[in-house]
Design a protein around this ligand. Structure first.
Ligand code: ADP
Ligand code: MG
Length: 340
């Protein structure tokens, strides 16, 4: 059993600037599994941007072209669970053997392996075996390898061997075509201005985009209401409200520097004065917590620091807020100011 979902195909994975690289790399891998330099192919990006869909699409396409190949899709969570069960039942070797004879291994959400050293270890061995034998490995993750935490270095370095391709937020045109495609497949008609309205207002998650359209259709058919802009507004608001509003790194720096009554240049400066360092670390911590930016990008926006500095800042804030009362209060106060 490949565990592939045939509904997730390349045909219905609409192309746009936000996914062109990942999608083309996926097609290349599907044409020649194990035979390109994209091994492993790592697809990364935020929630609801199509990682699972694309991973299945590659597997489905391979199965189509090469029916004799064994393709397996599994989430990292399930893989971990299987491994734990195997160890309990003294079947560790069978487990390893099972995975070593697969031609195309797709593991979804590898960030789940973070901190799980036993599973990482076994995956490392399976990965090496597959790679050496020219078998294809496809991985997805919510972060780029440089931003993954608590994953062993030797595994991270393997993740970087092939190609890491990012799925970004789709632009407006792509959002419109995704919606139209969905409506077309469901055989539903919807006025153009409603589609535009939904696509304009839901920007950072394709799952929510589709969800809003689905509830719009449901509302109108259950309540026999005409689909109007007003109805769309109500539904979109529900979706947007339930999603944490994304704050920008600029806004975080402004809130933090206002709180400490300094200006942003001071916050970003190279000084080692303790209260300024702490303000800077807090800004980095909140940027990590409330934005999707990578550690590297946070660092470059907050005083041109590197990703290790940001990581260190996040750990320091974590530690201090559990040991230092005053510091804990800073975190609480700023959290309140940020969540408008
Ligand atoms: P992730 O795994 O990144 O959280 P999913 O793969 O589950 O996201 O995608 C969420 C939903 O959005 C799915 O229903 C998927 O089919 C849809 N989707 C995402 N990207 C696209 C796209 N480019 N074209 C069509 N549908 C998409
Ligand atoms: Mg997913």
């Amino acid at each position: 059993e490949s565990q592939l979902n045939p509904n997730y195909s390349f045909d219905n994975f609409l192309e746009g600037d936000s996914n062109r690289l990942a999608r083309s790399a996926g097609l290349a891998v599907a044409a020649k599994p194990g035979g390109t330099s994209f091994n492993p192919l790592l697809i990364f990006g935020g929630v609801g941007l199509g990682k699972t869909h694309l991973a299945h699409a590659i597997g489905v396409d391979i199965k189509d072209k090469y029916p004799e190949k064994t393709v397996l899709y599994i989430s990292a969570e399930k893989f971990t669970q299987q491994y734990i069960d195997a160890v309990k039942k003294n079947n560790r070797n069978d487990f390893i053997h099972f995975y070593q004879i697969i031609d195309v291994l797709i593991i979804d959400d590898v960030q789940f392996l973070s901190g799980k050293t036993g599973t990482q270890d076994v995956f490392f061995h399976i990965f090496n075996h597959l790679h050496q034998n020219g078998k294809q490995v496809i991985l997805t993750s919510d972060k780029a390898p440089v931003d993954m935490q608590d994953i062993e270095q030797r595994l991270l370095s393997r993740f970087k061997w092939g190609l890491s391709a990012e799925l970004q937020n789709p632009d407006f045109e792509t959002r419109v075509s995704i919606l139209k495609n969905k409506l077309y497949r469901d055989g539903v008609e919807m006025p153009e201005d409603i589609i535009d309205y939904v696509a304009k207002n839901i920007k950072s998650n394709v799952r929510e985009l589709e969800g809003a359209i689905i509830s719009l259709i449901a509302q109108s058919s259950f309540n026999k209401k005409e689909i109007t802009i007003d109805l769309a507004r109500v539904i979109v608001e529900k979706f947007v409200k339930n999603t944490k509003r994304e704050v920008s790194i600029d806004y975080i720096q402004k809130v933090v520097s206002d709180y400490f009554q300094m200006d942003i240049d001071t916050l970003q400066s190279k000084t080692r004065k303790r209260h300024i360092v702490q303000a800077r670390q807090l800004a980095m911590f909140f940027a990590k917590k409330y934005t999707k930016a990578s550690l590297a990008s946070i660092g470059s926006q907050i005083g041109k620091r590197d990703h290790a500095t940001v990581l260190h800042a996040c750990k320091t804030v974590d530690n201090l807020s559990s040991t230092d009362k005053q510091f804990k209060k800073y975190v609480e106060d700023i959290t309140k100011k940020l969540s408008v």
